[in-house]
Design a protein around this ligand. Structure first.
Ligand code: ADP
Ligand code: MG
Length: 678
């Protein structure tokens, strides 16, 4: 589509395009576009008093200027005031600048002075010719976040204009403001855009100032308001009250070879209570890898079936869906229940038949991939929709499932532990159940960091483990840029390991295999017909083979923390001592080193998630969970107290002052809130 992309390019290059890129549309957007830092142009410093490395303003006369050619073309100007002389150096310059720097011109310059070999100099100072009787500005000069091609001066002018036009009235009632000890909105905003010189820059920039606190609070409040409102809107829809009879759930609990952990019991109670309500459940079941989410999901599905409804479970990959399918079928067949299987890889005839049975309400429980949400699939009586690893689905797919299950109860499951403040903020539109306890009898996984140079020893260790009857995973290096390269690497790894370990039965599984091929390899691994499974990250989630007690991750430095944690969770599921070997290549970057250190030191999913949040920030962390969910620009999720306050205030406000809530949302989210409603 060359036309549209050309048009897009063009618009991105106009002023409007650049402003749009910064998210600047309404006056309120400009008002809330706050400075990154400030420069002090309210004072003139004498050259003699300048401190190296500290930005300052000088008022000087040009003594002379020239274009020098060594070591490269540059513009040099000598300038001075009554106290001393300075050299200005420009490595890039326009002819007009050269003209301005003519002998005798009087300038105000701003920049950091340092000692060059020709004496004190400033490289690329900002400067302008001083007008007759030009006074000094009264405020610190704000420096705004910007984008290529959009200068500070333009941005300042636009923001100044918006500040004059915009409605800065307060959305918080005075009593509340007083209780929270927050300044007025208008005062806070004006102060941040145009701070008086007596406000020290350090205080302003550390964001500890009351004006910053006000902005941070307002931002968190807007987030809470919009998420709570989306929650309430969904809750206002009807859903079938699913009456529990415990006929099926009780039978499942009795037939299981284990007892539920306390955490599983708690989550199950919370879910069962939701299912009995006349409005849709919107709950997230969160639990570290191996914490036993599947059985909780099975109980919820049976609850729906008991009440005369269907339940569907959707997983992001065939492998994962198939694991669920097998497990559920094994648990439920003895109870006389059929589990339907629906994925894209079924033959057309099988698929059509499955869809027909689902549509006729003949199958109570349906497991599958996103084939479940295709248009032709119509559920006769869907009472509960469960999505595993919801964040791995695209926005469109999540929307489609929501449509199908518009009036059904919804349960999302995630193995990515969410730190508390993140759960309180970004996930405020969901109720959350947490499995914070692993089933008993797990053996801790020993993690080893091994440099790539010692690969031979690692191969020997794999050999040893497999010879003594256990199984192992070998995870191929991640190649983000190219799926083709990734595949090639996986095949090479497989070939190389097959040559190194001729006595072992080795299998290869990757994303490009046909579903049936993938299933065959996995089945062989489950049956211990394959001893070493070479795999790409397709095994990241859900694979459960207790006899596999060793995992090698090649180029571990390329993986993210959550991914490493998920991968490692594939071992340590049986009674044998398990190990995870992280092979890494040198040199390690700083971030990679930090990640490996964390994964080496901790096996606690929550702690790892907290560190991950710290390293990556919430933007990356929540990933595609809700595109359109505005990220926090000013508030800091470390400040749990402020998040908590915002949450409490949001609830009061929605109840007692809906117009104020509306005004607050409009200011902070403009038209963007619509995106959240899905
Ligand atoms: P995940 O939360 O990672 O999806 P699974 O549901 O796959 O975890 O459970 C991991 C393993 O633990 C499975 O083999 C499952 O049958 C088993 N399991 C689940 N709950 C318990 C329990 N309370 N006691 C013992 N084993 C359990
Ligand atoms: Mg699972």
């Amino acid at each position: 589509m060359p036309c549209s992309s050309l048009a897009e390019q063009k618009s991105a290059n106009t002023l409007a395009g650049r402003l749009a890129r910064l998210g600047l549309r309404t006056d309120a957007d400009y008002v809330l576009h706050l400075p990154l830092r400030y420069e002090d142009e309210t004072r003139i410093t004498a050259i003699r008093d300048a401190q190296p490395g500290v930005a300052a303003q000088f008022e000087v006369d040009v003594i002379d200027s020239e274009i020098a050619y060594r070591p490269r073309r540059q513009l040099l100007a000598r300038v001075g005031d009554a106290s001393g002389i300075l050299l200005l150096r420009f490595l890039n310059f326009y002819p007009s600048q050269q003209k301005t720097l003519q002998a005798g011109a009087r300038l105000r310059i701003f920049g950091e002075l340092h000692e060059g070999h020709l004496g004190a100099e400033i490289i690329h100072p900002r400067f302008h010719v001083v007008g007759a009787e030009e006074s000094l500005p009264e405020c610190l000069t704000p420096v705004y976040p910007t984008t290529a091609g959009l200068g500070q001066a333009t941005l300042r002018r636009l923001i100044e204009r918006a500040l004059q036009r915009a409605d800065l009235s307060d959305t918080l009632p005075p009593a509340l403001r007083q209780r929270l000890q927050l300044p007025e909105f208008a005062a806070a905003i004006v102060r941040l855009h145009t701070p008086p010189p007596d406000m020290t820059q350090a205080v302003l920039e550390s964001r500890d100032h009351p004006a910053w606190r006000r902005v941070q609070f307002d931002e968190l409040l807007a987030q809470q308001l919009s998420l709570r409102r989306a929650y309430t809107a969904r809750r206002a829809r009807g859903a079938p009250r699913l009456a529990a009879t415990a006929s099926l759930t009780g039978a499942l609990l009795e037939s299981l070879p284990f007892r539920l952990t306390k955490a599983q019991q708690r989550a199950w109670r919370e879910i069962a209570a939701d299912l009995g309500q006349p409005h849709p459940m919107q709950r997230l079941l969160q639990g570290d890898v191996g914490s036993g989410k599947t059985v909780v999901a099975a109980l919820a599905m049976l609850h729906a079936v008991e009440a005369g409804y269907q339940a569907a479970l959707m997983a992001p990959t065939e492998i994962l869906a198939e694991q669920h399918y097998r497990k559920l079928a094994a648990w439920l067949a003895p109870l006389g229940l059929e589990v339907a299987w629906l994925t894209g890889s079924l033959k057309k005839r099988e698929k059509d038949a499955a869809i027909a049975r689902v549509g006729a309400g003949e199958t109570p429980i349906i497991v599958g991939t996103h084939a479940l949400i295709e248009d032709k699939v119509e559920f006769a009586r869907l009472g509960l929709a469960i999505v595993d690893e919801q964040h791995r689905f695209g926005v469109r797919q999540r929307l489609a499932l929501k449509e199908k299950g518009l009036f059904a109860h919804q349960l999302a499951m995630s193995a990515t532990p969410i730190p508390r403040t993140l759960a309180m903020s970004y996930y405020a539109d969901l109720d959350v159940s947490v499995l914070d306890e692993l089933p008993p009898g797990r053996t801790p996984v020993t993690t080893k960091l091994v440099a790539e140079g010692r690969r031979d020893q690692v191969v020997a260790r794999v050999h040893e483990a497999c010879r003594s009857g256990r199984q192992a995973y070998w995870v191929c290096p991640l190649i983000e840029e190219s799926e083709t390269l990734q595949l090639k690497t996986a095949e090479e790894t497989f070939t190389r390991l097959s040559a190194d370990l001729p006595e072992l039965k080795i299998g290869l599984v990757h994303g490009r295999l046909k579903a049936a091929e993938k299933a065959a390899v996995m089945a062989a691994f489950v049956a211990n017909e394959i001893q070493l499974l070479v795999a790409t990250t397709v095994i990241e989630v859900g694979v459960d083979v207790p006899n596999a007690s060793l995992m090698v991750i090649e180029h571990a430095e390329r993986f993210g923390l959550a991914q490493l944690h998920q991968l490692r969770g594939r071992v340590g599921r049986g009674t044998d001592a398990s190990a995870c070997i992280l092979l890494y290549a040198k040199p390690l970057g700083e971030l990679a080193r930090a990640r490996l250190k964390i994964i080496f030191e901790s096996s606690d999913g929550f702690e790892i998630a907290r560190e991950d949040l710290r390293l990556r920030g919430p933007g990356e962390f929540i990933g595609a969970r809700q595109s359109g969910l505005p990220l926090l620009r000013y508030a800091d999720l470390d400040d749990a107290a402020l998040v908590e306050q915002a949450r409490a205030v949001a609830e009061d406000m929605l109840r007692d002052a809906p117009e104020a809530a509306e005004a607050h949302l409009k200011r902070w989210l403009g038209g963007r809130e619509e995106l959240l409603k899905a």
